[in-house]
Design a protein around this ligand. Structure first.
Ligand SMILES: C[C@@H](O)[C@H](N)C(=O)O
Ligand SMILES: C[C@@H](O)[C@H](N)C(=O)O
Lengths: 168, 168
């Protein structure tokens, strides 16, 4: 199967919220996202990694439009006792950069090349979320242009090209 | 924009690896994925959440075919000094369940309903990774059938239906 890179997308309009120290038990994530849905906020990418510490807690982060930030934070703050998370973090100085394509699962070199390009440009990766058709990273908003340029270069993507076959 | 749920996918063939305590500095993720690419392992979903503790470290998890687990763990173990992570965790008792659709970003109630269905079935969510067209969770492999059934019920998806319009 070929991996095809169709382009680099970026988004400067988002903020991220991290619910820190959510007890890793059934129903906690549901409660959080029910509250957010009720508040009417749009949620883009959600990331939760495994709970690894002996605390039995993990963090849940998500991105959303900056204009929804206040409403989301208010809704989540009301859940503190019920959910029992440790703290809320809000960051509206983020950017999202995504490599968009297809068949990327069977071509791990694509991810490596994307991340190496970012590293060469001195861009720190704050969050990662991937699928077979999109590899997304959250970075500092001040690094968006550098990250997009680095990624175009890493894949020889002229900004006017529509598609490039990378491997096959 | 309508949110359309086209179905529930599940995968019993994967394992997950967590690189625990990766220093949150430029180039670390690149090194990890370069090593994995060189080892020939296929990588499916990658999740990294923000570094929130004062340790300046975060965890990077990914799923991969179980048959690639040994090769991946061997490759990563060689990086311990260079990357400076704290430990490697391997878990081949996982299942992936995904809600597949479109337009889910602007319908946060979809995520809430999915998670609430899992909670009602007593399924603990270990990892979350989402995009506009797919909401994926990693759970214990013994809970896959319960999770798939719960999700079909939550969205009134007969297992033979192709598509259901949920909101719009
Ligand atoms: C942390 C949170 O995802 C929890 N494991 C749940 O299932 O809701
Ligand atoms: C943790 C890891 O992703 C690191 N921030 C990097 O940019 O490589």
């Amino acid at each position: 199967e070929q991996a095809i890179i169709s382009g680099v997308a970026h988004d400067r309009s988002e903020a991220k919220i991290t619910v820190v120290g959510v007890p890793d038990k059934v129903g906690e994530a549901a409660r959080i996202f029910e509250s957010l849905a009720d508040s009417g906020t749009n949620i883009d990418m959600i990331v939760q990694n495994v709970s690894v510490s002996s605390s039995g807690r993990t963090d849940i982060s998500f991105t959303l439009p900056r204009e929804d930030g206040h409403v989301a934070m208010t809704a989540l703050s009301r859940l503190k006792d019920e959910v029992g998370y440790e703290q809320l973090l809000y960051d509206d100085r983020i950017g999202k950069v995504s490599l968009v394509g297809a068949g990327m699962r069977t071509h791990p070199g694509v991810t490596a090349r994307f991340f190496a390009g970012l590293a060469a440009a001195g861009v720190n990766i704050e969050m990662i979320s991937t699928s077979e058709i999109r590899i997304s990273v959250i970075i500092d908003e001040d690094r968006i242009d550098a990250a997009v340029t680095a990624t175009h270069q890493a894949f020889d993507l002229d900004t006017h090209e529509v598609e490039a076959v990378v491997y096959g």
